[in-house]
Design a binder for this molecule. Structure first.
Ligand SMILES: C[S@@+](CC[C@H](N)C(=O)[O-])C[C@H]1O[C@@H](n2cnc3c(N)ncnc32)[C@H](O)[C@@H]1O
Length: 222
């Protein structure tokens, strides 16, 4: 199967299963308009995050890597009344764009945006006693995945779900010659997972409109 077929299938199924949604379309459109790169999750991956949050009955979500707020909106919309989502972004312009998109989606009361480097913000969140979180979406700098995952575990409870995006890196995950820090981050993360009895996890490869990559889905054991 070639890339065109994967893209055609995504277009067909997304066209049927994902309703026209002005807030989400504006979120991804505004990112492009502001000259932001197209690195947000694909629509069907956004829907998958939304479904995971709903299936797990998530009431609190922690996202690392807001970008323009596209995945944030998918996740925040899964929360019941009284639910809360904290999202962390280090890029000030990205965070500003996300704030506008989140406001336009009517989610400003639910979404708590934190601007700064995740490894600076996460200790603050811990100190505030904001956890435990029901669902984590880790989607920032890939070299730091092991640290973010360790933080997610610290801020979790049995049953918490942890999703880590872009762990396959176009197949570079298994390239022994790679010197890419992102590859080292994802390999380090998988090795960490292999020796971590507190979670059960799997990595799923994805192909579609955003190319070849994959995500890891983990649950914190009881
Ligand atoms: C792949 S994008 C996030 C996409 C977003 N989750 C979505 O699907 O709509 C990764 C984001 O992480 C941010 N980022 C990178 N390093 C970071 C760090 N150390 N702390 C917080 N955010 C970071 C980048 O600025 C970028 O906006």
């Amino acid at each position: 199967m070639n890339q065109d077929q994967w893209t055609a299938i995504d277009s067909y199924t997304n066209g049927l299963l994902i309703s026209h949604d002005p807030a989400l379309e504006e979120a991804s459109g505004l990112s492009a308009e502001a000259g932001l790169p197209d690195i947000e999750v694909a629509p069907n991956q956004g829907m998958l995050l939304h479904l995971l949050a709903r299936i797990g009955g998530a009431r609190s979500i922690l996202e690392i890597g807001t970008f323009g707020g596209y995945s944030t909106i998918w996740l925040a919309r899964a929360l019941p009344a009284g639910g809360k989502l904290i999202t962390i972004e280090s890029g000030i312009l990205f965070a500003r764009s996300a704030r506008d998109n989140i406001e336009r989606a009517g989610l400003s009361d639910i979404v708590d945006q934190r601007v700064g480097k995740a490894l600076d913000i996460l200790p603050e969140i811990e100190a505030e006693g904001a956890g435990p979180f029901d669902l984590f979406f880790i989607d920032a700098d890939k070299a730091r995945i092991p640290e973010y995952f360790t933080w997610a575990l610290k801020l979790s409870r049995p049953g918490s779900v942890i999703v880590v995006d872009n762990v396959v890196l176009g197949g570079a995950l298994v390239d022994p010659a790679s010197t890419d820090p992102a590859v080292a981050g994802s390999r380090g993360f998988h090795e960490l997972l292999a020796g971590e009895p507190r979670v059960t996890a799997t990595t799923v490869q994805t192909v579609g409109t955003k190319g070849y990559d994959g995500f890891t889905l983990a649950v914190v054991n009881g």
